[in-house]
Design a binder for this molecule. Structure first.
Ligand SMILES: CC(C)(COP(=O)(O)OP(=O)(O)OC[C@H]1O[C@@H](n2cnc3c(N)ncnc32)[C@H](O)[C@@H]1OP(=O)(O)O)[C@@H](O)C(=O)NCCC(=O)NCCS
Length: 157
């Protein structure tokens, strides 16, 4: 079991975040990801906006002190959302679960919200393990993939 910690995202992390988000298999798990894996200009635009937004809580996940992904919280239409992404070679070791628990401990606000493609069984499991419950299902357009998918809306009270 890796020792999982969170720390603030720094400018020096962006090459690692870009490499992480360039993994098509990971990107395909996120229904609404508007960025194209490997598109550095789109990536820069998105993350520059995030870096300038004081309402966003962005954390690097470290496993045994090494970059392992990120966990993030941001407001969307008046609801505080959470999300995370873990390096593919580290999946299945409980890293997302611990990272989510640590992020939840940093966030005083409740309820918190998460949106997960129905096909993303791993992420749904991670959320439900930490107490999120499903409140709705929506049909949404996955923009990059050009297909309509079921997205689950989950809430932690
Ligand atoms: C989703 C993601 C964060 C999970 O990370 P992880 O570190 O592997 O997650 P964990 O190991 O903490 O937990 C995964 C859980 O899902 C389960 N799981 C994984 N794949 C599964 C599958 N196909 N069917 C059923 N359960 C599955 C695991 O068994 C585990 O549950 P358990 O501990 O009860 O056995 C990772 O796959 C990822 O980064 N994906 C790309 C980005 C993404 O989808 N982010 C979330 C957007 S909502």
């Amino acid at each position: 079991m890796n020792a999982v910690t969170l720390r603030p995202l720094r400018d020096g992390d962006f090459d690692a975040v870009f490499a992480l988000e360039s993994d098509v298999m990971g990107a395909d798990m996120i229904a609404l990801l508007p960025r194209v894996p490997g598109d550095r200009a789109g990536f820069e635009l998105h993350w520059q906006r995030i870096r300038g937004d004081a309402s966003v809580v962005a954390r690097v996940i470290e496993a045994d002190g090494v970059f392992a992904g990120y966990a993030i919280s941001f407001p969307l239409n008046g609801e505080r959302q959470i999300g995370y992404w873990v390096e593919r070679e580290l999946w299945g070791r409980g890293i997302a679960g611990v990272a989510l628990r640590l992020l939840l401990a940093e966030l005083p606000e409740r309820p918190l919200w998460a949106r997960v493609a129905r096909s993303n069984v791993a992420s749904r499991r991670v959320l439900e393990r930490e107490g999120f419950g499903m409140v709705a299902t929506e049909r949404v357009l996955a923009p990059r993939r050009g297909m309509v998918v079921d997205e689950l809306v989950l809430r932690l009270d």
